[in-house]
Ligand binder design. Sequence first.
Ligand SMILES: NC(=O)c1ccc[n+]([C@@H]2O[C@H](COP(=O)([O-])OP(=O)(O)OC[C@H]3O[C@@H](n4cnc5c(N)ncnc54)[C@H](O)[C@@H]3O)[C@@H](O)[C@H]2O)c1
Length: 241
Amino acid sequence: MSRLADRTVLITGATGGMGSATVRAMAAEGAHVGVADMGAVLTARLAQEVGGTPLVVDVTSPDSVTAGVNALVAVRGTIDVLVNFAGIVDPRRMDEIEPEAWSRVFDVNVRGTWLMCNAVIPHMPRGGSIVNIGSRAGLVGGTTSGASYAASKAAVICFTKSVAKFAAPLGIRANVINPGCIETPMLDHFAPDVVAAMPGQAALGRLGTPAEIAESVIFLATDASSFMTGAQLNVNGGSHM
Ligand SMILES: NC(=O)c1ccc[n+]([C@@H]2O[C@H](COP(=O)([O-])OP(=O)(O)OC[C@H]3O[C@@H](n4cnc5c(N)ncnc54)[C@H](O)[C@@H]3O)[C@@H](O)[C@H]2O)c1
């Protein structure tokens, strides 16, 4: 089955845990993938592996975002799907965070998502799908995952609804996935006892896998979800219902 044959997909945070699994899953479905992340070596290696286009992009920089999007458009002409995985976490409580650290989390998670959507939408002339990545923390507030992070993900969830309303007349859908605890390098930012307690928070009693998030992205990227826009997909093993 090639659910994404001839589709051009741009994925940010592409060499991270969920990003790399999604790059491989979407390429296996026939997509040409723009592999966008900050590290030149890892993006080049992953793009070569899947026959995609490496894009060294810092999502907080308007110039870098524009250059990355233009580089993919130069190769493929148009873009069909944008997936915004790029994100950082700060696990600290609200009374532990410095103002600069608070802003950095919002710069990457919120401003980066906004810049990417703005830059890609003009290159989706035949319509398309945008998949943003929120978090369960953005629904329930920060406990283990920090106050700034939870607030930033709530902003991503709400911003996605604005994108959905803005882009619907252009034939572009926008939805957000709210993962629960997923086994990726991001969990290295948490204390071992916090990570050990994560599986028990889910009704299914385990962490999620990056492959399970990739499947949800493919669902939202394809016509299988053709009547969904401005929606949230909670992929959390039942840790929040
Ligand atoms: N792992 C979880 O349990 C979990 C749960 C909910 C939501 N999320 C979200 O899922 C997304 C993917 O996270 P992950 O778990 O794969 O983490 P990860 O740390 O493995 O991947 C994040 C990627 O984002 C990239 N990135 C960071 N800043 C960037 C910038 N300025 N420009 C471009 N790329 C940048 C990193 O280089 C990295 O490859 C993130 O938005 C994260 O907040 C993760």
